[in-house]
Design a protein around this ligand. Sequence first.
Ligand SMILES: CSC[C@H]1O[C@H](OP(=O)(O)O)[C@H](O)[C@@H]1O
Length: 362
Amino acid sequence: MSIQDQQEEKNKAADWLQSVRWNSATDSLDLLDQRQLPDEIVYLELTTSEQVWDAIKQLAVRGAPAIGIAAAYGVYLGARDTSGSLELLLAETVKQCDYLATSRPTAVNLFWALERMKQRATELASAGGEPEAMKQSLLDEAKLIQSEDEETCRLIGVHALDLFEDGMGVLTHCNAGGLATARYGTALAPMYLAQERGIHLKVFADETRPVLQGARLTAFELQQAGVDVTLICDNMAGVVMSKGWVQAVIVGTDRVAANGDVANKIGTYSVAVLAKAHGIPFYVACPMSTIDLNTANGADIPIEERHEDEITQGFGKRTAPKGVKVFNPAFDITPNEYVTAIITEKGVIRAPYHENLKKLFE
Ligand SMILES: CSC[C@H]1O[C@H](OP(=O)(O)O)[C@H](O)[C@@H]1O
């Protein structure tokens, strides 16, 4: 059975909540609508790249790796109805990649996945053959990106768990769990592995305003898995640290610059400063596909700004006066000096980051 068929079998038999799964019966993308969590588990059946673009933009699917996986399937959905030569199919595939790249600007996994689909399409077109075979190979590549991410996240969990001890308090921000990836997550991966190995971690999950990925998604995921999780408001991170309840912080990331500066959900920088003030290690967990050596430092990472309604009337309830000025950046930059270590599928990377991140790819 091919890797892709194994992935399909795994998808069908999945005993975990998958953010994205290919449905070969309907030849469409089943995408968990994360906007409905934790109340409802609703899968959207997507058949066009426009639907995938919109799902990424509206945060129906979110989290750097999950965005890349969904976009890779979106490329296939957008190119599969192309008729004519291999050259025409390649041109349409590239066009679909460029279109999906406009959905969100910060998570580098989106661009990494789309670049990989472009490269695969170019290889296939150069190799010749039938256009229909090339389309199937594009779908197979998207499935491979998804199956590889699952193993990558598991390895991140293995390396991260070496940093934690039984009984430790661990604070996390936003959601870098199974819902943000193919499975396991990045920051949450060690928590799942700890659970499997009988290691008790006491997790503090920041609710993560304004879209509440921590409350709606991380608390939900960890509670479902039986992990000891306490939900706190973002402004409580300092007090739980001051009480000695937190021995480590671990977060995900949407892009790591070449010098180790980290873009992550808004509020991460504040948590990193608090952790440093309390002498608490601040770990960042990510796949190598989130490390962007082409971006020199954090100042060069584009930060998405989102609609004011997320702050003034989140979840439909107005909580601020109409017309008030709003600043709603979805991410912030944590300078590398606040980052104790970056945990990847290849192991734990420490400063000097410029040198050690480069070595990772050699
Ligand atoms: C494992 S990537 C998770 C990363 O993505 C989140 O952002 P969003 O929910 O807006 O996609 C957040 O920054 C998480 O750390």
